[in-house]
Design a protein around this ligand. Sequence first.
Ligand SMILES: Nc1nc2c(ncn2[C@@H]2O[C@H](COP(=O)(O)OP(=O)(O)O)[C@@H](O)[C@H]2O)c(=O)[nH]1
Ligand SMILES: [Mg+2]
Length: 393
Amino acid sequence: MYSEKEDKLNKKLDEMFGELSKKVNATLNVLVIGKVSSGKSSFLNAFFDAEKDKPKFKVGAKSGETTKVQITKIGKNIKVIDTPGLEDINKSNSLETKNFIEEEGVDIGILVLSGSADASQKEQYEYLKQHAEKVFIVLNKADTFSEENLNIVLQQWKEQLGLSPDEKIYPVVSRGYDPKDKEVFRGQEYEIEVDEFGRPKLVKGIEEVRNDILNFLEKNGKDLILIKELKDKRKKAIATITTACVSAAGAAFVPGSALYIGVIQATAIATLSYIYTGEMINKSQAVSMVGVFVAENVGTSLFLIVKSFLPPTGVLDIAAATIALTITAAMLTAVSKLYSMGYTLDDKEELLTIFENLKKTIKGEMKNADKKDLTNPELYKKIIANILLNKKI
Ligand SMILES: Nc1nc2c(ncn2[C@@H]2O[C@H](COP(=O)(O)OP(=O)(O)O)[C@@H](O)[C@H]2O)c(=O)[nH]1
Ligand SMILES: [Mg+2]
């Protein structure tokens, strides 16, 4: 026999998991146009965080090889079409290309420019605007210009493409993926250096385009499928945790809603799992993870888990809400930390150790905060960002 409350709780859980699974099953189509050797493949490697020695797109291919439309799949959800120009799209009688562009539709169009401005790219830009939901323009090989010249060239490109003042061209450097490429210093050749994630250190400016693309995709619920392909998950983890804390704070004071805090936590745990591992965990796994953090052993029913930390009224006072929020923040930050340290959710001992430490840290931070701030999302965002971005903790 389910109580009415328990019923409502399960419905909410189904609803939130339904939304998440929609996001996880979304598709993302990217159409990239740019002249041969402008650095499309290089840019795409940089964009998708490919390691220097494991490029996802072949760089430095001979011109004959690249003058045709190429479709590359990234993971399960993303397809990228890479083409030198419209001619090639029209020439390619490939059903796959037509299907991609006309039937499935293009979410993101990217125009890859390089070198000095010329009128020939306007046509490609217009095509992208017609066929893609949103177009981003990058000027690749920005390293081939002095800073002063770069600004002049950017301005000239804007004029050639007929951009309005608020339309942007992102200067980027995607060098480092050509296996033949070496760094030269005082006549000596050196291997190109890589960062902690194995990406070439020469890459610059990608973060800016990517953030704007992610912001656009978030509105369509398509950012998760891109983030799961990227190396650094921390920004999305911080946003996911903050949003969960805000929702939990909102639920805490509404009669009958505080129960939803457990649903919010379970969904956030599933979201974080997906971001870090690329796999969804199911509802009951997520629910039992919430149980792991609750002191009493309350089995795997979310209803019992949440009830165990709620007062009989079901409405939290400020002090209790602050505790609920501290626990939510610590629980979700611990899950992120666990994954980023290379553990899995099965490593319960590590998880609980991290959780206990974070609870203390967060509690300490809250003591220093203004009383009025205790349910302010910005406070949580600051605390969580400090924890996730600080390697020491
Ligand atoms: N200097 C410089 N070279 C780059 C940059 N991006 C790519 N390249 C080089 O340009 C060449 C062509 O790159 P590729 O990605 O194959 O171009 P695509 O034909 O447009 O796919 C390769 O040798 C790359 O290493 C960059 O930002 N700066
Ligand atoms: Mg290429």
